[in-house]
Write a protein that binds this ligand. Structure first.
Ligand SMILES: *[C@@H]1O[C@H](CO)[C@@H](O)[C@H](O)[C@H]1NC(C)=O
Ligand SMILES: *[C@@H]1O[C@H](CO)[C@@H](O)[C@H](O)[C@H]1NC(C)=O
Ligand SMILES: *[C@@H]1O[C@H](CO)[C@@H](O)[C@H](O)[C@H]1NC(C)=O
Length: 264
C-alpha cells in the first residue's frame, strides 16, 4: 500500500493553501438558457448534472474549477442586494467552467432566482450580474458514490469512468486500477477531464478500482474506496460503490484570511 500513502501526501500538500471555509466576495451572473433536457457543461456530467444538482448548478472560474477537480463541489451563494435578495441564498453544484472573468460564478436561472426575495425573481434576473458572497459547503446526496462507464469506452482496450455523487466536502485525487484477481501490475488512471478518468491499459476480467478521496486540508485524511467493477462492464452503465461519502473538510484557516465568520 506504499503507493497509496505517497499519493495522499502529495495531494494533501498541494492543498495546504486552500481555505474552503472562508467566505469570498465576488459577483454572479446567470445562464440565459436552462436547457433541462440537454444540459452539457465542462464537467461532462451531461443530464446527470441536472439530476445531481436538481437544477441548482453553476459554472465557476478556473481557480474553483481546478482543471476539473472542482467538478461536483457544492457552494452556498448569496447575493448582497438587500432590496432584491434573501439572506440564505442558494446551494449550487459545480458542473461547468466559467471563462468570463467578470464573475466567479454563473448560476442556473433556478439557482439565481432562488436568491431573490419573494416576488423579486424577475427583477433580480434583469439585473444580470449581482454582488454576492460564497463559500464551499458539503454536498448532500441520497446516493452512494457511483461509477459510470463512459459511452466512449472501448472494450477491451480503453476504459473511461465518470465518478458521480461525490458527497461531503472532498476531492478525488487519484484512481488506481488493477485486475481483481491480483494478476499483472496495477496502475493509475489518468484524469481525462472533470470527473472522468481513463486508461488504455485495461485488465481483463473483473477490475479492482481504488478511488482515493481526500477530505480535509492541512490535517486531511484519505478515504479509500475499493470497488470491483464486474467483468461484464458495459458502456453507459452506472455501478454503485456501496459507499456514501459524507466527510467534511476539517481545515485550519487563519481568521484574517477569511475576513468574516462562517455562515450559521
Ligand atoms: C439593488 O438592486 C436595485 C434594482 O436593480 C438597484 O436599483 C439598487 O441600486 C441595488 N442596490 C445595491 C446596493 O446594489
Ligand atoms: C478579463 O478578460 C478580458 C478579455 O479576455 C481582458 O481583456 C481583461 O484584462 C481581463 N480582466 C482581468 C481583471 O483579468
Ligand atoms: C449504499 O450502499 C449500501 C451498501 O451497499 C446500501 O445498503 C445502500 O442502500 C446504498 N445507498 C443508496 C442510497 O443507494
Amino acid at each position: 500500500m506504499a503507493w497509496f500513502f505517497t499519493v495522499l501526501l502529495l495531494f494533501i500538500a498541494s492543498f495546504a493553501n486552500a481555505c474552503d471555509r472562508c467566505i469570498f466576495q465576488s459577483k454572479a451572473a446567470h445562464y440565459y438558457e436552462d436547457a433541462p433536457t440537454s444540459y452539457g457543461g465542462a464537467c461532462g456530467y451531461g443530464n446527470l448534472g441536472l439530476e445531481m444538482s436538481q437544477g441548482y448548478f453553476a459554472a465557476a472560474v478556473p481557480s474553483l474549477f481546478r482543471e476539473g477537480m472542482g467538478c461536483g463541489a457544492c457552494y452556498q451563494v448569496r447575493c448582497k442586494n438587500a432590496t432584491l435578495c434573501n439572506t440564505m441564498g442558494t446551494k449550487v453544484t459545480l458542473t461547468d467552467k466559467n471563462s468570463d472573468n467578470r464573475t466567479d460564478f454563473v448560476l442556473s436561472k433556478k439557482a439565481f432566482t432562488a436568491m431573490a426575495l419573494k416576488g423579486k425573481s424577475q427583477e433580480l434576473l434583469k439585473t444580470g450580474i449581482v454582488d454576492m458572497e460564497y463559500k464551499r459547503i458539503p454536498c448532500e446526496y441520497n446516493k452512494n458514490l457511483s461509477i459510470q462507464v463512459v459511452e466512449w469506452s472501448h472494450k477491451p482496450y480503453y476504459l473511461a469512468i465518470k465518478l458521480l455523487y461525490q458527497g461531503g466536502q472532498t476531492d478525488i485525487t487519484a484512481v488506481y486500477i488493477a485486475a481483481q484477481d491480483g494478476s499483472g501490475e496495477g496502475r493509475y488512471m489518468k484524469r481525462n477531464y472533470g470527473p472522468i478518468w481513463e486508461t488504455n491499459n485495461v485488465p481483463g476480467g473483473a477490475i479492482k478500482l481504488v478511488v482515493i478521496v481526500v477530505s480535509g486540508y492541512n490535517n486531511g485524511r484519505g478515504i479509500v474506496i475499493d470497488y470491483a467493477l464486474p467483468a461484464g462492464w458495459k458502456n453507459g452503465d452506472i455501478y454503485d460503490t456501496g459507499i456514501q461519502i459524507k466527510d467534511i473538510a476539517s481545515e485550519y484557516c487563519n481568521p484574517w484570511r477569511c475576513g468574516e465568520e462562517p455562515w450559521k
